[in-house]
Design a protein. Structure first.
Lengths: 76, 692
């Protein structure tokens, strides 16, 4: 099995080592964003995926999570 | 034949200087044998020949049979460099000439630079080229190549070489060689055996951890998620002047809080709450060690560290400055402060400043904490350049002189005024600065820059007009990438490598294509993989901790608390385990590295974007049928584009980065003979082709 985003082997939660680190960082930083702007998870993801300061791997994970979220909405 | 004293220096230009200085009439006779120069001088009734090495003449080399390129390698010997490396045949003649000169010498003196590397150079020449004279040779110790100091050091020779220092140096070379050869071979063979891709891959005891710093930094940048914050500024006006003030909270974490402050500050009037005036001293800078000189030269002129160290070496050889490869920030009084200042007074550039310093009741340098047993901090000898220096050398020389002057100057005295303004119970601040006494800054100009911020006369309780209160959206920033200078600082801080080798380790990372980018060092895909392989299969090698431990051992050898044999036995023991793992995982490693090397090779072949389909890339292709080469579009393989350009069948081809000015097609450089490169635009219809 390979990472949800790239072709590297999975470390945990369906991510390779670098995308896992990016994912964990995204989850960690959401706390600060929620407090600062009272944003929803999805708005947060959209925000960081467009921010030029966000790292490339974090952007890839954010975009993947946005797509994943919209798939879930459709399936429901 | 009359017997003579043979002095060995590190390089020919130093030999020339030493011979001139030791000669009673201040001149020497330059001779040469088979293209190897040496210098004859007369000192009293002594005849002296000063010959030189050419940097390292000897190196560590494997003594296993030729033809077997494998690892692990634990058997080695010290051998002339021409036997171990290609393209250094000159060294063979060089050693022969030194041996010949040694035959008729009755006394031997090592005058190489007084540090680890210099000591090894002198030691190995005396031992191997001069037939075991390292035991009886005497040592010249000096920090500048001025006539006075060289003569003084010749009269007060040290009775023998510094064997503990040499022992430590030999250990470092041997340990580094063992790590370097085994790990580099493991990587190179892994890539070669599993993909048949030949690429020189290297790593080592210092290079490994250094690459890891860049890799870790890059990862932190790539996973970075910015967090928002806000800050608030207020514009106020006093007597028709506008000032910008900052809210006392520099970081406001939530938008709600920020909005609340903005709402509260809706008023036209504020009041000066407090005026806080403080005087403070700014101490002069400390003398330059090599590291601080390199950072300062990077800050001011953007010179990479390796460039600065070369220029400093050049200034040293010309007796303009003291020995630059020092880690000391101390200037002992024995260097003769006032003599140097008086000598510098001969330059109109420095006269005013030196005279002011000489008029001070005492001269006391503001020394830093770092100490080096072999040399003092870098200082000007007082000699003025005999020839016009080129821009880089002039800049570094002037920087070193002004720094030296600043070190002896008085502290600067400054006044800071902090004004707090109350706008509806919110405090805003502004600062004013005034220089009361310039002190050392006068000497260090233009390398210190400051501007006073002057405020009008104000009093507490004074009313001020509030023009505007602004809310600024901000984000936390990712860590910045290393540049060669900041990486060098990191290596210094982590105590890996030595002041003499750090800059060239960084250079190797570029040469191996592990990193790219001059100002923002970015790790390449290949660099990432190499770092990953090392981290996964031999984590101990890239840990700063192991490197630091080894540095400690080296110091203990110098203090005779540890032996070379023990350190080398430990190294081999550790490498046995490491290489076993690397052997076992060879094919995994090969696959991992091979992909990236392939990609790198492909990127190197790319000539430019296809001008027709705009999505494919132009690459050099060799026809399977005719074996002829031409340029084609990568989309050809998918049947989407058939753009192609003919190529001459001989000569090396290099793509140029800038496209043709006339038609915008890519341009290539063809090297049929190296001296006459030929540039052509790929477009057969381009007018630049007809001109030819
Ligand atoms: Zn991944």
């Amino acid at each position: 099995m390979s990472c949800k985003i790239c072709s590297q082997p999975i470390k945990e939660e369906g991510y390779c080592i670098v995308h896992l680190k990016a994912y964990q960082n995204i989850c960690k930083k959401f706390e600060a964003w929620k407090k600062a702007l009272e944003v929803s998870w999805i708005d947060y993801l959209v925000n960081i995926s467009k921010n030029s300061l966000t790292g490339e791997w974090a952007k890839e994970v954010a975009k993947y999570l946005i797509e994943d979220e919209s798939r879930n909405v459709k399936e429901r | 034949m009359k017997k003579y004293t043979l002095i060995i220096s590190e390089k020919p230009d130093a030999a020339n200087r030493i011979a001139t200085a030791l000669d009673d009439k201040g001149r020497n006779t330059r001779k040469n044998s088979n293209g190897v120069p040496f210098f004859v001088a007369k000192n009293g009734d002594k005849e002296i020949i000063v010959a030189s090495a050419l940097g390292h003449l000897y190196t560590v080399m494997s003594n296993t049979k030729k033809g077997k390129w494998d690892y692990p390698v634990f058997n080695y010997q010290w051998a002339p460099r021409w036997m171990a490396e290609k393209g250094v045949l000159k060294i063979r003649t060089w050693i022969e000439v030194l041996s010949k000169l040694a035959e008729n010498a009755e006394e031997f003196i090592d005058a190489c630079d007084y540090d680890i590397e210099g000591s090894i150079i002198g030691y190995s020449v005396l031992k191997y080229a001069c037939n075991g004279k390292e035991k009886t040779a005497k040592r010249m110790k000096y920090s500048t190549l001025t006539r006075e100091e060289l003569r003084e050091s010749f009269t007060n020779l040290l009775p023998h070489l510094d064997f503990a220092l040499i022992e430590a140096g030999l250990t470092r070379h041997e340990v580094d060689w063992l790590y370097g050869i085994n790990l580099s071979r493991a990587l190179t063979l892994a890539a070669k055996n599993s993909n048949n891709m030949y690429a020189t891959l290297s790593t080592g005891r210092v290079q490994g951890p250094t690459l890891k710093y860049i890799e870790t930094r890059e990862k932190n940048i790539q996973i970075f998620v910015p967090t928002p914050f806000w800050n608030i500024t207020a514009k106020i006006s006093i007597d028709d002047h506008t000032f910008e003030l900052e809210h006392e909270k520099k970081v406001i974490e939530t938008k709600a809080k920020a909005n609340a402050i903005i709402a509260a500050c809706k008023t036209k009037e504020g009041q000066i709450n407090k005026i806080d005036t403080k005087e403070f001293q700014q101490s002069p800078p400390v003398p330059f060690d090599l590291g601080t000189l390199q950072s300062e030269a990077y800050r001011l002129f953007r010179y990479p560290p390796i460039h600065t160290s070369k220029i400093a070496q050049h200034l040293y050889i010309n007796a303009l400055i003291s020995y630059p490869r020092t880690s000391s920030q101390k200037l002992p009084s024995t260097i003769g402060y006032s003599t140097i200042l008086k000598k510098l007074s001969r330059s109109t550039l420095y006269q005013k400043l030196t005279q002011k310093l000489l008029a001070q009741p005492t001269l006391k340098p503001n020394e830093g904490s770092k100490f080096d047993p072999a040399h003092p901090a870098i200082y000007p000898t007082g000699n003025l350049p005999e020839k016009v220096l080129d821009t880089s050398a002039k800049n570094i020389y002037d920087l070193i002189v002004r720094r030296f002057l600043a070190v002896f100057s008085e502290p600067a005295l400054k006044q800071r005024v902090k004004i707090s303004v109350d706008i509806k119970w919110n405090l805003f601040f502004m600062m004013g600065y005034r220089t009361l006494k310039e002190g050392w800054m006068e000497c260090y100009r233009p390398y210190v820059h400051y501007e006073d911020i002057l405020l009008p006369l104000l009093f507490e309780g004074q009313k001020v007009a509030v023009k505007k209160v602004n809310l600024k959206d901000k984000f936390s920033k990712p860590p910045s990438r290393y540049n060669p200078q900041s990486l060098l600082k990191k290596m210094e801080k982590e105590e890996i490598g030595t002041k003499a080798t750090r800059a060239s380790t960084i250079q190797t990372l570029y040469e191996r294509k592990y990193v790219e980018g001059e100002q923002n060092m970015t790790i390449t895909d290949l660099g990432f993989e190499v770092a990953d392989v090392l981290k996964n299969y031999c984590p101990s090698v890239v840990s700063s901790e192991m490197t630091r431990k080894l540095e400690e051992k080296m110091e203990q050898i110098q203090l005779k608390q540890e032996t070379k044999q023990k350190v080398l036995a430990d190294t081999i023991e550790n490498l046995k385990t490491v290489t076993e793992v690397l052997k076992q995982k060879q094919s995994d490693i090969g696959v991992q590295l091979g992909q990236k090397i392939k990609q790198l090779r492909l990127n190197e072949q790319i000539i430019g974007k296809c001008p027709k389909c705009q999505t494919g890339k132009l690459v050099i292709i060799r026809s399977k049928k005719t074996r002829k080469r031409f340029i084609g579009c990568t989309n050809f393989f998918e049947g989407k584009c058939n753009t192609s350009f003919p190529l001459p069948q001989t000569g090396k081809i290099k793509p140029l980065t800038k496209p043709c000015k006339t038609c915008g097609y890519p341009i290539i450089k063809i090297l049929i003979t190296p001296k006459h490169p030929w540039k052509i635009c790929l477009n057969l219809d381009c007018s630049t082709r007809e001109e030819k």
